[in-house]
Design a protein around this ligand. Structure first.
Ligand SMILES: [Zn+2]
Length: 350
């Protein structure tokens, strides 16, 4: 009788533990929050890491990187994550502040994990800008290590360790392209994790993403702005991103502060200002979409910066409070995160 009681207790405990361990969770981390190509105060370039799993694996069975600006591998290393652990990398667009950390990432993967699974890289098909420039993610990935091939670096390392494939880092990439549409389309999935994309406006080929998991969902807007390039328009935010974001838990979005607007003394090129989403408009969009968390990243200007190089910040450097005030104008009542590198959100909250 006693034995069976103990066995029953053990079985009950095991069931409870299994249930607790299996609780799904999602962690969204800003790997880089620098707005634009300038280098300022040690901030890494644009990027967001999305981790999904359960309590037993630290919410990290699946690790997805969205954009990979300068220093992404350094921020990932602070989280204990090497490039070989990433399941996929997604690019919103080909501006260098979102891509220039990728060469380092894939060089490391090739150097130390060349025989592992290829890295899925998901991005849009080739596009032509209004000025006639061809924008090509697939060429970017195919030629990612050309400079190191030319320098002899790839051949030298391959001669030392044969598992490193002779073609170099491009050979450990599996590039998956999609044609961005005005409706969400699934572009990648693994188990319970589904990633959808939608067309959005910034430069040609820009796309925004949504990750859906049993623990919650997150939209990564990138540098999206409205299809209408200048006022009059209802908002500086993207209608398509708003569609993608309906009912999401978290919106991660590049943000520009209205102090940089034309006519206020920054001298910033109007086209450059207008192709970003402003903080008040992002907050209003988050409210309309029903999101509970808004993570502002890729801040223009960065916190504490005298300049959004080469343009000045009228009135002097901005603080976190300045960004919060701008978000309040949009009427959003959820949680606002003013992005600095490695700020994270976990769902469910602990
Ligand atoms: Zn950018």
């Amino acid at each position: 009788m006693r034995v069976s009681f103990v066995a029953l207790l053990a079985a009950t405990w095991l069931a409870a533990a299994t249930t607790a361990d299996a609780a799904p969770c999602l962690i969204v981390t800003l790997t880089g929050t620098q707005g634009g190509p300038q280098s300022f105060n040690g901030l890494a370039g644009a990027g967001t890491l999305v981790r999904y799993g359960d309590d037993a694996n630290g919410c990290a069975a699946v690790k997805l990187q969205f954009d990979a600006g300068r220093g992404t591998t350094m921020r990932l290393s602070e989280l204990g994550i090497g490039p070989e652990q990433l399941g996929a990398v997604f690019f919103t667009h080909m501006h260098n502040d979102h891509t220039d950390g990728f060469a380092d990432m894939v060089q490391l993967r090739w150097s130390f994990n060349a025989i592992g699974p290829k890295l899925d890289v998901v991005c849009s098909t080739d596009a032509v800008s209004p000025l006639g420039v061809a924008i090509s993610c697939s060429k970017f990935t195919a030629h990612i290590a050309d400079a190191f091939i030319q320098s002899g670096e790839i051949a030298q390392r391959h001669s030392e360790v044969k598992e490193r494939t002779p073609g170099g880092p491009a050979e450990v990439i599996n590039t998956i392209t999609f044609r961005p549409k005005d409706e969400p389309q699934v572009v990648w999935s693994s188990g319970h994790v589904k990633v959808s994309a939608i067309r959005s406006t910034h430069i040609a080929g820009h796309a925004s993403y949504r990750v859906d998991t049993p623990a919650g969902s997150v939209v990564i807007g990138g540098d999206a702005s409205n299809d209408i390039p200048a006022p009059p328009r209802n908002s500086s935010t993207s209608d398509q991103v708003e569609k993608l974001a309906q009912g999401t838990d978290i919106i991660v979005h590049s943000a520009i502060h209205p102090i940089m607007a034309p006519g206020k003394g920054s001298g910033m090129y109007p086209y450059a200002y207008l192709r970003q989403s402003s903080v008040p408009d992002l907050a209003a969009m988050a409210k309309r979409a029903g999101a509970s968390h808004l993570m502002l990243t890729h801040l223009i200007p960065p916190l504490g910066a005298e300049q959004q190089f080469p343009f000045k910040v009228p009135g002097g450097p901005l603080t976190e409070t300045d960004y919060r005030k701008a978000a309040e104008e949009g009427g959003f009542t959820g949680t606002v995160i003013v992005g600095t590198d490695l700020k994270s959100l976990r769902l469910p909250a602990k």
